[in-house]
Design a protein around this ligand. Structure first.
Ligand code: NAP
Length: 285
């Protein structure tokens, strides 16, 4: 299946720096082509100081939408007409939809993560979660989980101030009970993991080139009823997931979140469901 560019082809793009490693163009162009949708997805290297000018140009050309990656996820917020509830909570967007000059921002990292759990047969609604991290991805996951009805989220981060701030916002704006601790608080980590349905590593720990590192040092904290997910996707099976597997846990790697955050953005732009499993077979195995 090749791309069939016409005079009516609509552009979707990725704005960030760097972008040359991104899998998004391959994923979206395959999906457009499979569904016969007249769109094309391209990646543009745009740094934060050129974002405003770039967005003006995209609006002028009535470009249908775009993804944002580092360093543009926060800056984009200033250039929007409205934002989704999750994007408002975390103060960042990764997807923009342009409805004839009116820009709405969304964050699909969190919704993609929640969809990935569902697709993996894990129902965490009404249950407890532990999330390690307070960066962009952790905030998106925590906000979406709180909005979707997870009953309690315990956040751990190296810099405790960041999770305390996030917990304050989520406790104020959602019905979820959110607690925050430093990653070095071993007693609270053991307690929180002991009562959770899902433990998620949303830090960079375990990512190449530090693939020998794991956010959990003591494997005995992990037990067979616990689902352990790692959003790091490079390597696909992180040290944490290896440890969890040895303890008998169900484990979920980061590629699923990558796929489903893209699928959510795809639906926002086109109104169509991405043929996600076909895309997964081609690019995510
Ligand atoms: P980020 O905003 O830079 O946040 C990094 C997080 O990692 C912070 O919580 C930071 O803690 C923590 N951290 C870094 N080094 C650490 C260490 N040595 N010990 C303990 N904590 C450490 O990054 P991000 O955008 O959230 O991304 C985090 C990871 O998720 C990356 O590996 C990224 O590739 C992956 N990711 C995956 C997907 C997916 O679709 N699967 C999507 C987005 C991101 P401090 O706050 O204390 O510095």
């Amino acid at each position: 299946m090749g791309l069939d560019i016409s005079g009516k082809t609509q552009l979707i793009c990725l704005l960030g720096s760097p972008v040359d490693h991104s899998i998004s163009p391959a994923m979206h162009n395959l999906a457009f082509s499979m569904l016969g949708l007249d769109y094309v997805y391209l990646a543009f290297d745009v740094k934060e100081d050129k974002l405003e000018e770039t967005v003006k140009g995209l609006k002028l050309l009535n470009v249908r939408g775009w993804n944002l990656t580092m360093p543009n996820k926060t800056k984009m917020l200033e250039l929007l007409d409205s934002v989704s509830p999750a994007a408002e909570l975390i103060g960042a967007v990764n997807t923009v939809v342009n409805d004839n000059g009116t820009l709405k921002g969304h964050t699909t990292d969190g919704s993609g993560y929640m969809r990935m759990l569902l697709e993996s047969g894990v129902d965490v609604i009404g249950k407890k979660m532990v999330i390690a991290g307070a960066g962009g991805a952790a905030r998106a996951i925590a906000a979406q989980a709180a909005l979707d009805g997870v009953s309690k989220i315990t956040l751990f981060n190296r810099d405790v101030l960041k999770v305390e701030k996030l917990a304050e916002v989520l406790n104020h704006h959602t019905n979820c009970v959110v607690e925050a601790y430093g990653l070095n608080d071993e007693r609270e980590l053991k307690r929180a993991i002991g009562e959770a349905a899902v433990f998620t590593n949303a830090t960079k720990v375990g990512m190449e080139p530090d693939a020998d590192a794991a956010i959990i040092k003591d494997a005995s904290l992990l037990y067979p009823e616990l689902v352990v997910s790692d959003i790091v996707y490079n390597p696909k099976k992180t040290k944490l997931l290896q440890m969890a597997e040895e303890q008998g846990c169900k484990t979920i790697g980061g590629m699923g979140m990558l796929l489903w955050q893209g699928a959510d953005a795809f639906r926002l732009w086109t109104g169509c469901d991405m043929p996600a499993y076909a895309v997964q077979r081609k690019y995510f195995k």
